[in-house]
Every structure is written in structure tokens, then in C-alpha cells.
Design a protein around this ligand. Structure first.
Ligand SMILES: C[S@@+](CC[C@H](N)C(=O)[O-])C[C@H]1O[C@@H](n2cnc3c(N)ncnc32)[C@H](O)[C@@H]1O
Length: 436
């Protein structure tokens, strides 16, 4: 079997799922990698690099294609558009693949997918781009358009951030979102020491393991093949979680014996972290909307070996009367637009819209209006999101505090990627007054 063609067919299938069917990129990719286990390390790396890279640079790539093609990318057939996009990514960003091979494989794939009539078009556009790539200039004005093309972030997002943060901060954020970053993991120091987990990761074939600069139980790992294939992962010796999420739980006054409710817990990152902090005491009640999501939390609880945490299905918009004033801590890590994690989830930027953000901000208010009631007098409410958008973050917290004078803001922080050593993330810790 001719391997290069097969890899490119898989890349086409993944990118179609993501761009046409709106399947999250990391899911589409990991499904293919786990289905085609026989692919070797190099092939898996190629598929990962081209799919992630194409998604990451898609606005820039479309801009390049549109300079040379009479039919603009927006008007192209989805299969042809994807074939061109992934080929242009290889031409621009992968020196090790010869330009002629990129063009030939793209033409061959177009024919194989039944577009014999467009193979000349694919060939012509790609060979022109290969010859003239160096002459492509970024648009100069306005600034939002230049940054949008340069960093492949939709212009409306760039405009939103430029209206909230200085230009220099926005450019640092955008630049961070384009870079490759190691995977951040959390281990439980109550279960394994840092030296032991580092040694086990090395045995598992992980090439690089680094200490996180702030959190003693966080590590950055890179140079591994497939995470699900690592023994340390199977044994539940670590949990993949960005440091920003860890800092959310770190900012809570967790004490032994506490009763904690996490109202939107799946897949369980913060709930498990909180349960670890309880060190075998107290209880974490981890909830989510659907049975499927509860299953994900249960899978992670099973791997963790923790016994002071359980999962159940509960719609956070509906008040669970039995929980009112029962929790020392309520974690409300709510569904959000996810713009803080664009460095890892490359496709969110293309699926999010200002309208959806507004709907999410309203949903967050609806959930907060219900779940604050679970906090005991003197207890704590954590509101967090993994996004960078004042409407979902600071404005929602201000609105909540205005409505609920019994809560006081203890800590508020917007982590910014490229500025803080983590993804973009928002935390508001609020304390409920003691009963009179
Ligand atoms: C940001 S994620 C939570 C991440 C989680 N806290 C962690 O650290 O792993 C938001 C979660 O809210 C859940 N969700 C959305 N609407 C919900 C609702 N009405 N009730 C409960 N959970 C909901 C989603 O299924 C999703 O799992």
C-alpha cells in the first residue's frame, strides 16, 4: 500500500469532519489515531502535524490561496478546499516535504475522490503558490486584519481583545496561541512522588519531562506518541490538565472534611483535584448534564483510585433543593466560548461566533443564579471559565455580585496566554457571608 496517499486521505477525512461537520479537532484526530493503530510513529506524527497545522494556520492559508486562485476558498467544494489547504500548509511550513511531492499527492487525492475535472485546477494553483509563496505580503490595514491573517484568528476576536487589552498584550497572546506547547499534567503527590512519576514517564518513552515553574505537582511533557498508550496514563498516575485549571482549585480554601459540589464537572479535572486536596476526607459531588458526561467523570474517578468523590447527573439550571446550603465550596466551572485554549484546541476559533458567546454568557448567569444557593453561609463559590471575554467573565461576576450582596469577591484573575505560564482562564472566588 502506498503510505503517503493513505496518510493524506486520513488528513482529508479529519479536516472535513472538523470544518464541515464541526467535530472538535482533537476528537477527530484521536479517533483516527486510535482506529489506525498500525500506523507507525512517523506517520502518526505527520498526520497530527498536518491536521493541527492546517487548522492553526487556516485563515493565513486561505489568504494565500485567494491571492492565486480565481475561485475564492469560500466558494470551493469542501474536498478541494481541504486538499488545497493541507497542501499549502506543507508547502509553507514543512521544508522536509518536497514541493513537487506535495503537488503530486494533492492532485492524486483530488482524482481519487472523484474530482478528475478539478485536478488541473489543483495542480495549477499549488504549483503557482509553490513558486510565488515568498511574494505574499500580509495586509497592512487595519491592524485587526493584519493580526487576523498573521495569527489565523478571526478578525472579530482580534477586535474584541484589542478593545480590552493593549496591542502589545494582544500580540503576545496571539503569538502564544500559534506556538507548540508541551502537555501539562497533574500528578497526585499523595499517591506518587515527583521523582517516581518522572522516572515512570521516562520508562514510558516520554522524551521530555519538565517541572512547572509555579505548581509543584504539575509537569510539562513532550515527545510522546499517543497519550492513551502510556502505562502511566492507564494506571491513572497523572491527569492531563492545564496549570490554569489547577490554579483555580489552588485558589480555594479547601480544608479536610469539606463537602464540595462541582456543578459542571466533566471530565472531572477540577473535581478530582479538589478530592485529592481533601486527602481522603470529605466528599466531592461531581455533576454534569448528561449520562455520557457522567460516564467520563466516572472513568476518571476509576483511574484515580480516589474514594471521596462520586458523580451524578444533574442539570445545573435546575435547583436541587436537597443541596441548598450544604456545600463548603461550590465549583462552577461553566460552559464557555473556550477562547483561552486556542493554543491546544485549534478549531474553536472557527466555530465560535459573537452570537454564541452572548448565549453562553446568558447560560452562565442562569446557572450561577441557581447554584449559588448550594453554598453554606461562610462558604465559597468559584466561578471560572477557560475563555478571554469580559462579557462571560468580569461582567458576569459583577452582575452576580450586584444581584447577591451576600457574596463578596475574594479573588479575581484573568490569566492570559503568553503573559501567564498557562492557557487563558478566568477565576472569581466569592465568599458567602456567615449567617447572622
Ligand atoms: C468547562 S466544562 C467543565 C470542565 C470540568 N470542570 C473540568 O475541570 O474537567 C463545562 C461542562 O459543563 C457541562 N454542562 C453544560 N451545561 C450544563 C448543565 N446545564 N448542567 C450541568 N452541566 C452542564 C458540560 O457538559 C461540560 O462538561
Amino acid at each position: 500500500m502506498n503510505k503517503p496517499i493513505e496518510e493524506r486521505e486520513l488528513i482529508l477525512a479529519i479536516l472535513l469532519e472538523v470544518t464541515r461537520d464541526k467535530v472538535p479537532g482533537h476528537l477527530a484526530l484521536s479517533r483516527v489515531l486510535s482506529k489506525y493503530q498500525y500506523l507507525d510513529k512517523r506517520e502518526r506524527a505527520f498526520i497530527t502535524r498536518v491536521t493541527e497545522g492546517t487548522l492553526e494556520h487556516m485563515i493565513e492559508i486561505d489568504y494565500i490561496i485567494d491571492q492565486f486562485s480565481k475561485t475564492k476558498t469560500a466558494k470551493m467544494k469542501p474536498v478541494i478546499r481541504i486538499i488545497l489547504r493541507s497542501a499549502v500548509y506543507q508547502l509553507k511550513y514543512m521544508d522536509q516535504v518536497p514541493a513537487s511531492a506535495v503537488c503530486n499527492e494533492a492532485v492524486r487525492l483530488a482524482k481519487k475522490r472523484g474530482f478528475q475535472n478539478l485536478s488541473g485546477f489543483v495542480n495549477g494553483v499549488l504549483r503557482t503558490i509553490a513558486r510565488q509563496m515568498d511574494q505574499v505580503k500580509l495586509p497592512e490595514h487595519p491592524l485587526s486584519r493584519r493580526l487576523s491573517v498573521q495569527y489565523s484568528i478571526p478578525e472579530w476576536m482580534v477586535e474584541m481583545w484589542l478593545s480590552s487589552y493593549p496591542e502589545e498584550t494582544v500580540e503576545k497572546m496571539l503569538s502564544f496561541m500559534m506556538e507548540e506547547h508541551p502537555t501539562c499534567i497533574r500528578f497526585d503527590p499523595g499517591r506518587i512522588t515527583k521523582e517516581e512519576i518522572k522516572a515512570r514517564l521516562k520508562e514510558d518513552g516520554v522524551e521530555k519531562v519538565e517541572d512547572h515553574p509555579v505548581l509543584p505537582y504539575a509537569l510539562w511533557i513532550s515527545g510522546y506518541d499517543y497519550l492513551g498508550g502510556l502505562e502511566t496514563f492507564e494506571e491513572g498516575l497523572f491527569y492531563v490538565q492545564d496549570a490554569s485549571s489547577m490554579m483555580a482549585v489552588e485558589s480555594l480554601p479547601v480544608k479536610k472534611g469539606d463537602s464540595i459540589i462541582d456543578v459542571c464537572a466533566a471530565p472531572g479535572g477540577k473535581a478530582l483535584h479538589a478530592a485529592e486536596k481533601l486527602a481522603g476526607t470529605g466528599h466531592v459531588d461531581a455533576r454534569d448534564l448528561t449520562e455520557y458526561k457522567v460516564g467520563l467523570i466516572e472513568e476518571n474517578i476509576g483511574r484515580s483510585g480516589l474514594t471521596n468523590i462520586s458523580a451524578r447527573q444533574q442539570d445545573a439550571r435546575v435547583c436541587d433543593e436537597a443541596s441548598v446550603e450544604t456545600a463548603d465550596i461550590v465549583i462552577a466551572d461553566l460552559p464557555c466560548s473556550g477562547l483561552g485554549v486556542l493554543a491546544t484546541k485549534k478549531d474553536i476559533r472557527y466555530n465560535m461566533t459573537p452570537e454564541t458567546q452572548k448565549e453562553l454568557a446568558a447560560l452562565q448567569r442562569e446557572i450561577l443564579s441557581v447554584v449559588h444557593r448550594y453554598v453554606k453561609p461562610g462558604g465559597t463559590l468559584l466561578y471560572s471559565t477557560c475563555t478571554i471575554n469580559r462579557e462571560e467573565n468580569e461582567e458576569n461576576t459583577a452582575w452576580f455580585l450586584e444581584q447577591h450582596r451576600e457574596f463578596a469577591l475574594i479573588k479575581e484573575k484573568q490569566f492570559l496566554p503568553g503573559i501567564d505560564p498557562c492557557d487563558g482562564f478566568y477565576i472569581a472566588v466569592m465568599k458567602k457571608q456567615e449567617s447572622k
